[in-house]
Design a protein around this ligand. Structure first.
Ligand SMILES: NC(=O)c1ccc[n+]([C@@H]2O[C@H](COP(=O)([O-])OP(=O)(O)OC[C@H]3O[C@@H](n4cnc5c(N)ncnc54)[C@H](O)[C@@H]3O)[C@@H](O)[C@H]2O)c1
Length: 387
């Protein structure tokens, strides 16, 4: 007897930019069977890269690919494509994202959603003119179970009066001065924001989702390695900021507290360390991908002990999976969960999602641009800049 099959809405995707992140999506789509009880599924039917060697990997590894393009405009003319993932260098975001939206395709774009504030504002205007298109930004770390636990505690109002918040995203491979230059170290392709544009929306996604909008910023930006091998036997200047520390003043309807955000390309010993720490008068908590299984919390009652509780968080993700709760969650799981959230919103609508945590919104990306632009001004002038 044939078993009943869950009806799934197939969302036919095109991928523009078949590099590091384009491949991560292919891997997530290929193990969709990992997710239980979802009524939607992405199918990558088209790919586009200016470099044919990059799209050749997809042809080899992804059997559902039917169309291969060098010019993304040819993909946009293909009526079979419902939605697009676009993962290209930052200088191309504005033109390509806007063309995708105007073509009526849903879009999961990559951060920072435009190379600068002007490009971002133009993308947001185009989104406004095409309200039927769903547009979201990639940002996967909030889908770690430890981060989801922190979100739950914030939504429950556990913290009391917030004392301070610290969040960051730290890398260290650039500590090696022999690492060759790439587009992320050049202003023309990565933007003047440097590490803030590259890493910053990851750091701001949860604070902005919680309504913790910076009122002003004092920024300290740092360039550490000034030249790198150019791959042709010479050296090329590194033009972008390696590290950024942003001290912000947050004012909500009920709370006023300092928030320190940091994005670092050169933090010795850290590879993809994303973290958030919240201290409050009633409760404190922290999660870092350095210890991806653990979440720490400190409940406090006046006069009581101040003891951190460190718990192994079970594999309990936004969307159910076949993995048992005793196992560990990792980076590629967070990418899969983020993709489930985007496909869920496409299939079931914003109000009908199977779980409530959605991908980063264009408005959140715009909030990050406002902060990073003010941070550049703060670093230039040495002043605190209002937002
Ligand atoms: N979410 C994350 O964790 C994460 C991690 C890394 C990068 N990113 C973001 O993803 C985006 C891409 O970064 P990446 O690391 O994948 O870069 P990458 O250099 O590995 O890949 C970019 C690809 O775009 C292609 N490309 C360039 N111009 C093109 C054009 N006109 N048309 C089609 N393809 C073109 C390149 O040939 C390359 O294959 C950036 O916005 C970056 O900030 C996100």
């Amino acid at each position: 007897m044939a078993a009943d099959k869950l009806e799934k809405k197939i969302i036919r995707f095109g991928v523009i930019g078949c590099g590091l992140m384009g491949k991560e999506f292919a891997s997530a789509a290929a193990r969709w069977c990992h997710l239980t009880d979802v009524n939607f599924e992405p199918q990558i039917i088209a790919v586009c890269d200016a470099n044919p060697a990059a799209s050749a990997w997809f042809v080899q590894a992804v059997p559902s690919v039917k169309y291969v393009y060098v010019d993304y405009k040819d993909m946009l003319a293909n009526a079979d494509v419902d939605a697009i993932y676009c993962a290209v260098p930052h200088n191309l975001h504005r033109q390509i994202y806007e063309d995708i939206i105007r073509a009526g395709k849903h879009l999961l774009g990559e951060k920072p959603f435009g190379i600068d504030k002007e490009a971002n504002a133009s993308i947001l205007q185009t989104i406004k003119e095409h309200p039927q298109v769903v547009v979201r930004s990639s940002s996967e770390f909030p889908f770690f179970p430890g981060a989801m636990q922190i979100t739950k505690w914030v939504n429950e109002g556990r913290f009391g009066r917030i004392i301070e918040v610290e969040a960051g995203f730290w890398h260290s491979s650039d500590l090696d001065p022999t690492k060759p230059i790439n587009w992320k170290r050049r202003i023309e392709t990565n933007g003047e924001y440097g590490c803030m544009g590259d890493l910053g929306l990851h750091v701001l996604h949860l604070p902005l989702r919680f309504g913790w909008k910076p009122r002003n910023v004092r920024a300290l930006l740092n360039k550490i390695v000034e030249k790198r091998p150019d791959g042709r036997g010479g050296m090329a200047p590194c033009e972008t900021w390696d590290n950024a520390i942003l001290a912000c003043d947050v004012q909500t309807e009920t709370q006023h507290f300092p928030m320190v955000l940091s994005t670092k390309r050169i933090a010795p010993g850290h590879a993809n360390t994303w973290f958030i720490r919240i201290q409050g008068t009633d409760f404190s908590a922290e999660f870092t991908t350095k210890n991806p299984k653990q979440v720490a919390s400190l409940p406090y009652v006046p006069g009581g002990a101040q003891a951190w509780h460190v718990t192994d968080v079970p594999y309990k993700s936004a969307y159910g999976t076949i993995t048992g709760g005793i196992f560990e969650f990792g980076f590629s799981d967070s990418i899969l969960q983020m993709w489930a959230a985007f496909c869920d919103e496409l299939a079931n609508g914003s109000d009908g999602m199977l779980q409530p945590f959605r991908c980063a919104t264009p408005e959140e990306a715009a909030g990050s641009h406002a902060l990073f632009t003010a941070a550049l001004e703060s670093n230039r002038s040495g002043n605190t800049i209002p937002l």
